[in-house]
Ligand binder design. Structure first.
Ligand code: NBP
Length: 477
């Protein structure tokens, strides 16, 4: 009997994904460039299901039932291209080649177009949830043709996480749509983590709570609207004690956050699409600032605020919860705006509510909150912003006074809150009736004759700033 699906690349993710297929009763072909990994998988986990180990790409492809379905789970970039080049000549028209790595969506578009010419369905599938998710049920965001999804989708939905019986896997859209959505997911993850980190910093430096006490605050929050995997693990990390020193774990870790690059891709892409994802950008830059050890060492002597201390007593943790929640709504609103813009740019027709649905389980940003986003887009699939949803608007509106208090207290005390502050500015910018962009247009017209439009009538205008009486002329007729 032939294998229903195959996995090549048996690193941390591939191995667990193959085991997940096998545990769900699928005969699965397994292959890895270095054979030792295939052997190790068979020795340790061969008993878990029907594995078909293959030593060569040829043997691997021969083990697959037609139309063949194979998943590549190797390092993104040149390694993925190398593996595609190795396997594509062995496949036949109608076969499905899935890239489950963290590919850039533009690479996926390029690969999909090239393989389509050869009659092969290329599916760029974002897979989130790390090692454990791959084994126990990830969130899967597959792109590619609908035709490919018809036969591949049920298998992926089977191994994906489930929430209320609904799989955390749904067809995203053509070519790079799946990897695009996975990229934005990771960007939102950056923003969410940064906002939680700022909440911790305020409770630590402002309210002067100990890490274990802050862990308790997070545990309380986790029983409410902030209930999420990230809040949960934050409480775990904060309550952990370093075994070597007996100090709180968070105090012995070097404060330089690292990144693999998907947050940066999200921001770069947002800049190209002209979408203001300020929360994600601030999170990427906050990690970047933390890594500039030399600059930080030199700047450590810069003066801080004098006097005018803020009060962090009483209900301050509640205010931080409000600030965190409101900022989080803004970060998600921005991320969904980016998906909407990408979908329009590339003609993907992505169902935003479905994306919120498949992030409810399996992935790092899984949260109860995503149900609310799903409902919001079900009510209005083309909503210009999540913030206009009546429920979110009411909640953020109710949270805003505390949100403002927290940003003021942080600013007066000198605690950096780029995520909270930029989210608040974004909120205020959206609700402003007039923005100073009118002045910017005037400046642009003055120095570069870039023209402007008027609020009171149609047309494009230029003012002749060089002439004494500064006459205005219409330039579009
Ligand atoms: P690992 O680093 O654990 O494994 C890398 C795999 O790539 C190995 O099987 C390796 O084979 C193979 N490989 C490389 Br590297 N270059 C190759 C080449 N030129 N030809 C053939 N095989 C090659 O990676 P991982 O953490 O499992 O990640 C795999 C993918 O999944 C990546 O794209 C990653 O971004 C993505 N991802 C990872 C996570 C996570 O939490 N780790 C989450 C979501 C997505 P070898 O054994 O012969 O060296």
């Amino acid at each position: 009997q032939q294998a229903v699906i195959g996995v090549t690349g048996l690193g941390v993710m591939g191995r667990n994904l193959a085991r997940n297929f096998a545990r769900h009763g699928y005969a699965v072909a397994v292959h890895n460039r270095t054979e030792a990994k295939t052997k190790a998988l068979m020795e340790e986990f061969g008993h878990e299901g029907d594995f078909h180990p293959a030593e060569t790409p040829e043997a691997f492809v021969a083990a697959l039932a037609r139309p063949r379905k194979m998943v590549i789970m190797v390092q993104a970039g040149p390694a993925t291209d190398a593996v595609i080049e190795e396997f594509a000549p062995l496949l036949e028209p109608g076969d499905i080649l899935v890239d489950g790595g963290n590919a850039h969506y533009l690479d996926t578009r390029r690969r999909e177009a090239a393989l389509r010419e050869r009659g092969i369905h290329f599916v760029g599938a974002g897979i989130s949830g790390g090692e454990q998710g791959a084994l126990e049920g990830p969130s899967i965001m597959p792109g590619g043709t609908r035709e490919a999804y018809e036969s591949l989708g049920p298998i992926l939905e089977d191994i994906a996480a489930k929430v209320d019986g609904v799989p955390c896997c749904a067809y995203v859209g053509p070519d790079g749509a799946g990897h695009f959505v996975k990229m934005v997911h990771n960007g939102i993850e950056y923003a969410d983590m940064q906002l939680i980190a700022e909440s911790y910093d305020l409770l630590r430096k402002g309210a002067e709570l100990a890490p274990a006490e802050i862990a308790e605050v997070f545990r309380t929050w986790n029983t409410g609207r902030l209930d999420s995997y990230l809040i949960d693990i934050t409480a775990e990390v904060l309550s952990h004690t370093d075994q070597a020193t007996g100090a709180p774990f968070v105090d012995v870790v070097l404060d330089r956050a690292e990144q693999k690059g998907t947050g940066r891709w999200t921001v770069q892409t947002a800049l190209d699409l002209g979408v203001p994802v300020t929360g994600i950008a601030e999170a990427v830059f906050a990690r970047s600032i933390s890594g500039h050890a030399d600059t930080r060492a030199v700047a450590r002597e810069l003066p801080g605020p004098s006097g005018a201390a803020s009060s962090f007593a009483g209900d301050f943790p509640d205010k931080v919860e409000q600030a965190l929640y409101a900022s989080k709504v803004v970060a998600y609103a921005q991320g969904f705006h980016q998906i909407q813009a990408g979908s329009a740019e590339y003609g993907w027709d992505i169902d935003l509510g479905a994306m919120a649905t498949i992030w409810r389980g399996g992935c790092i940003i899984r949260a109860r909150f995503l149900d609310r986003i799903r409902s919001a887009y079900e009510a209005d699939p083309r909503a210009a912003t999540l913030l206009s949803d009546a429920n979110f608007a009411a909640e953020v509106g109710a949270a805003q006074d505390s949100w403002r208090d927290v940003v003021v207290a942080a600013t007066r005390t000198g605690i950096p809150v780029p995520g909270f502050a930029s989210a608040l500015s974004y909120y205020d910018a959206l609700r402003s009736e007039r923005l100073p962009a009118a002045l910017v247009q005037g400046q642009r017209d003055f120095f570069g004759a870039h023209t402007y439009r008027r609020a009171d009538r149609d047309g494009t205008y230029h003012t002749h700033w060089e002439l004494p009486d500064r006459p205005e002329s219409r330039v579009d007729i």
